[in-house]
Write a protein that binds this ligand. Structure first.
Ligand code: FES
Length: 302
């Protein structure tokens, strides 16, 4: 009751649109309130909801059809679909389907507990021409019976549950050629700078690649970071996507257009500024970086 009463005053003024999280919370609150109603009231409320939704769906289908019909308006439609709120609305009405990367990551999230229980893991790298490219870790690697079983589990889950994926290819797993060992990062605290930690020699940070590292400052502050090297220009970020804070070790770095794409749900960033190009306003957390006598230092405390 309270949630429904609270919503009555929340009409936004034109140009003062509520944020995505507030909209989602409002729906969640209303659904919780709905669950608390007696069966008769709940049935009436659900019928109201269903009938309003069917009007919305019919209207949205007409809008999308009209926009898709002309080349000029199709472009605008694609831009609109990139807006998270519009995307959510169209997904709720099943007018757009989640992209294959999102679907595949959801499927992998379901099998991951089973992999973890055997000491393994999987990371989706990309989907191309019907093939999902993955990296397998821990017990999923190798040729024992259990690793073969875990690989089959991943393969079956992806090919059976993600439309358009008919094959799975395992990428070679040189244990992260760009991953710097934790031990080597505990060395050399710069005496002149609070919180600065040496990542390693600048010459060892591969060009056109992402280097992941776990850094520990003398204060004990720790940070998982990535260092992006585009044409010798180095930028450090906290190793967390702005979407759901998942790691970016396996992000795709496209040096041709300077973008970095999160492997989990495809958020795309400007690799040199961290600005999110998928969801305007979102941003990777950039960490101060400097090169001193050939060594790369990152400050992990704020
Ligand atoms: S965690 Fe979802 S896009 Fe990165």
């Amino acid at each position: 009751m309270t949630a429904i009463a609270d919503q009555s005053h929340s009409t936004s003024a034109p140009g003062d649109e509520p944020e995505f999280e507030k909209l989602a919370k409002r729906v969640d609150d209303a659904m919780r309130a709905l669950a608390g109603l007696d069966p008769m009231s709940r049935a009436i409320a659900e019928e109201v909801k269903a009938s309003v939704e069917s009007i919305h769906r019919a209207g949205l289908v007409s809008i999308v059809r009209r926009l898709k019909a002309e080349e000029a308006t199709r472009e605008a439609l694609f831009e609109l679909v990139d807006d998270p709120v519009v995307h959510l609305l169209l997904s709720l009405h099943e007018i757009v389907r989640p992209d294959p990367m999102t679907l595949a990551n959801r499927v992998l999230a379901d099998v991951r507990p089973q992999l973890h229980s055997h000491g393994g893991d999987v990371a989706l790298v990309r989907i191309e021409d019907g093939t999902a490219f993955v990296r397998l870790e821990g017990a999923c690697n190798g040729c024992s019976m259990s690793s073969v079983t875990l690989r089959n589990l991943v393969e079956n889950a992806l090919t059976e549950s993600v439309p358009g994926v008919s094959a799975v290819e395992v990428l070679p797993n040189e244990p992260s050629p760009t991953l710097i060992s934790v031990e080597s990062l505990r060395i050399g605290l710069n005496p002149t700078g609070e919180g600065w930690v040496k990542v390693g020699a600048a010459a060892d940070i591969p060009v056109g690649d992402i280097t992941a590292a776990c850094l520990t400052a003398s204060s004990g502050d720790q940070a998982e970071v990535i260092v992006v090297n585009i044409a010798q220009r180095l930028t450090a970020y906290r190793n967390e996507c702005a979407h759901e804070a998942l790691p970016l070790d396996n992000a795709m770095l496209d040096v041709s257009n300077g973008t970095l794409t999160c492997p989990w749900h495809g958020f795309c960033y400007d690799a040199t500024s961290g600005e999110c190009l998928t969801a305007p306003g979102a941003q990777l957390e950039q960490l101060p970086l400097r090169v001193d006598e050939g060594d790369v230092w990152v400050r992990v405390t704020t």
